[in-house]
Write a protein that binds this ligand. Sequence first.
Ligand SMILES: [Zn+2]
Length: 266
Amino acid sequence: MKMYFLYSIATVLLVALVWMGCGETLDPVGPAQSLNVSASKKPAIDVARGADPELEVVVFVHYPAPASQGLGGPSFTDEAKHFKVFRNGYRWLDTDLPVEFNIDASGSGVPGAEIEAAKSLATWNAVPNTEIIFDETLESVSSPIDIESKLIWDEENTISWGDLTSLFPRAISVNRVVFNTFNWIIVESDIVLNNAEDFTWGIGSSTDYDIQNIITHELGHSLFLDDLYGRSSSELTMYGYSDIGEDKKQSLGLGDKLGAQKLYGN
Ligand SMILES: [Zn+2]
């Protein structure tokens, strides 16, 4: 009886060890679902496998601040040191720097939108002790109107405006980043700013979303920085919500700079 009991335990242990071993050798990357952390605090992330099994996609979705945000409470500053990397170890390849972006500003309704986007690129480049991350020369392109086609993997990084109602209702903007799980390299980033009826864009206007404000935030995702939702991060560029007329994300806070240095420091 005792022998049988011991034998059973040994069998269970053996099976468990073999099973654990298989898990490690057969699936080193881990299932894509493990990334799908769409808990209530993170409505922002939607992950799906790309066409190539080594490619994965994350869509960072930027929403207006909920009504409960922004009233009262302690006053925080952009000296907060917080930053979060979406996946440790992932970045653009050195030889792919500076990262080039195209822009199709035809859907913005704002003359000079390209200049605002270029300011956002320059802002991240100005972080001390980092590589030059972005090519500040934006190439103007005319991309197809269909919003879904602007988000496909086409080996071009594009900033454009489109109606996001059908894909991401209520979103101000999205950044779809494609990355390779084999060599941990980011291969593409496409930013779309929502021009649906409720979303109007401007430059320093109190009644519109500020172009430079939102694009600077989105470019942080292009570096692979993640959103921050804690109230103490509310003055940082990577804070996960924005408002009409807001311009505080145009300039980087301490945490934003520390994040850029962590990823692209030299
Ligand atoms: Zn974001």
